[in-house]
Design a protein around this ligand. Sequence first.
Ligand SMILES: [Zn+2]
Length: 266
Amino acid sequence: MNKVAIAIGAHPDDIEFYMAGTLLMLKKAGCQTHYLNVASGNCGSAEYSSATTRAIRSTEARAAAKILGANFHPSLTDDLEILYSLELLRALAAVIREVKPNIVLAHSPQDYMEDHANASRLAVSASFTRAMPNFKSAPARPTADYPVTIYHAMPHGFRDQLRRRVIPGMFVNTGSAHKTKRDALAAHKSQRNWLDVSQGLNSYLLAMEDMSREVGRMSKRFQHAEGWRRHLHFGFCGPEADPLAEVLGKNCLINKAYERALEKGV
Ligand SMILES: [Zn+2]
């Protein structure tokens, strides 16, 4: 049976920055793919009201999901309101129970922005509750027991919030998906205007491009890549389960330096 994957970003355009290449590669390999931004992006403008910005960015996110060929799920809250709360956990648990993903692509648990870190924690806990009928999702959805593996994206700037360097545990070759990833990012047109004011023309596209090439360089094999760290398996799947590597084959490269560092307890 084909696998199901969901990318859970904090804000509209986070998936396109950190995860979309991998989501596209999974789609190409036959997986069913899903797309959810936990927050609406309502704070991403100094020009429009919260309600107008929310509406604009929802339209843009839908267009981006369409370009990625992923099933779109509406946002659950607003920017800076991604708190590790029971309300959001119940809402995200309902999405997980509907989608039944085998692969969850989430933010890094450590990142410069609390929304990213909280979205990551919520994705982990919502996945954990998939087979627990006594934890109620909102809306209520039936539970199911099946293996799920969680992968965490690179933090912004490859640093945690204490400035420590974070390196990928695995690399996904996103070269053949790069153009579509860029098109999906460009669908967030309001962000072009918003960031260009302070950072120059098409700066957000260039920032994504730089990050993609940087991870590619780290891999020493791929031109464009996304980096991932696999979550500990307890409560989710078998100890060796690595569906990303399994599905993507030679387009997925384990970072031996990271594996060695893990064993040393660094
Ligand atoms: Zn973000």
